[in-house]
Structure formats: structure tokens, C-alpha cells
Design a protein around this ligand. Sequence first.
Ligand code: SF4
Length: 322
Amino acid sequence: MGNRKSRTRRCSLGPIRRRSTITASLLRWYRRNSRDLPWRGERDPYRILVSEVMLQQTQVGRVLAKYPLFLSRFPSFQKLARAKSSSVIKAWQGMGYNGRAVRLWRLARTLMLDGGGKLPGDTRALQKLPGIGLYTASALACFTFGKQVAVVDTNVSRVLYRLFPASVRRRTVSRNETIRRGDLWDAAASLLPKGRAKQWNQALMDLGSTICTARAPKCGACPVQAHCPSAHQINRTRADQRKREPAREGIPNRIYRGRIVEALRNLNGTSSIGQHQLAVSIKPNYRRGDRKWFRQILVDLERDGLVRLARTTTGLRVSLPD
Ligand code: SF4
């Protein structure tokens, strides 16, 4: 983490006294208001990894329901690696973003083949594993192995931007995503209270998900409002909130992807379905003009390991992978 250290020294978040007050106030709030989440008491790296992957793009409430079910089906890297990818995709039902199930399964297989079924404890080594980026590596290093590293998810980013707009946002006008991300992580690292990284990261996450929310932050209930230049200033328009993502007739492609995987999970008495029949089942007003778009979605799903495409004499047939 040499680069990180040198960048951290350059990152200025204003007077140390203000930072210390913010840190103390937030940790005090966290002691009384921390969310009781099952993975927070976990020590098993596998179980923490599963929770982190699930939480990346799914709301906590849904993860709370699916997490124990998934773990009872696949309680270890070994069991997950031995399963068929189609079983893992089926067990992921209800979580959305099914590509995560395949990435988790691939990671388990890699670890069983090359790593003796064990995760390394260092962020750099973790990031060399398939499907593990900076966020997941840092979360594992901190929450599993007790490393004093920052963990910046969407909630933490938002809180930092709002608390330190003069320091963080001014540096993020660059279009270079690497600089932008590095700056934010440096800001987070420079705030870490000594020996309390785990509590601090979780406090920021909880603040971002319960108080400093994206659309309507509850600044009146915020433990750091007295030190926040953005307090009562957030007024996002609907246009700001609307995500720009590939869509068809106003419905994001990711929704169609989810519908396809769901339709394949629910195939009765057969393992595959014809392309046209599948298209009509996930988009009732499917037309000729949709063919190219639909085909591309299938190709993308195949690339992501979520479906298998078989070219037959009667046309393309689609199934879950083996
Ligand atoms: S005062 Fe408002 S904007 Fe600032 S951190 Fe708290 S909730 Fe977020």
C-alpha cells in the first residue's frame, strides 16, 4: 500500500481538530445505533465474503433473507466449488445481478485449485483473485483479517463527499476515474482512527445507509450535522436521480437480463428453451426489430457465464450453464 500512503499524506481534509470531532461523534453514534447484521459477528472469511458480494448490489433486507439460505446450501468454499454453476445461479434467485453468483463460484474453484481453499489476508493478494476488486479486497482485509484499511462503498463515498466537499469534491472534477477513486480512498484512509478501522468503516456505512441517504438525507438526526457543510443543502432533482443505463422501451437491460435467468430457472420438464419463445416470455410485445438487441443480451449473458447458447438446426436454444 505504498502508493496509498504517499497519496494519503497529500490529502487534506481540513483541520485535524474538526476531523477528530467528526470521528468521535460518529463512533459515539455508532455505539448506540449500529445495525445488528449477522455477518458482523462472523469470523469465517467465506461467510464474510458471501455477505460482501451479496451486499454489493442488493438491499440489506433482501440479503438478510437470502444469506442464511445460501450458506446452508453452500456452507464453504469447498461445497461451492463442487457445485454446478447452474445450482449456484438457482440458489441466487431473488438477489438480482446474477453475474455475482457465477463470479463467486469461479472464485471458490480458483481457491480450491490454487489456494488450498483459503483467502489471503492482504489487499494486494486478494485483488489478484478473480472477481475481487479494491472494495471487496479491502472489506475482507478489514472485516475478516483486522487490517487497518479504509473500505469505501457507495454509502461511504456519499458521506465523504458531503462532509468534505471542499477537499474531496474539488479533487474529483477530473474525468480520470482512477484519480477520482484514488482521491476518495485516500480521504477515507486519512480519517481512519487508530486501531478502530472496523468500527469506523461500519459507522460510515451505517450513517450512509440510514441517515445520509442519497435522496433525502435526515440531516436533523445526523450526529455530525454541526460539522457538515452539506447539512440541509441536498436537494437532488429527479433528473439527477435517474440513472443512465442501457434500456429498451424505458426498462433497463439489467431487468431483461434478470428476467431471462429467472425464466431459465423456472423451466419445467426441459432444460432449454428456443430463443423466440424466451424473448416473448420476457418481453410480451417482442417484435422483429428487437431481435438484434435481444441476441446481444444473450451473447452478453453467455460471456458472463449465466446462460448456455446452443446453435441447433431449428435455431438458437438457451439454457442455464451446466
Ligand atoms: S448532515 Fe446531512 S448531508 Fe451531512 S453527513 Fe449528515 S446526513 Fe449527510
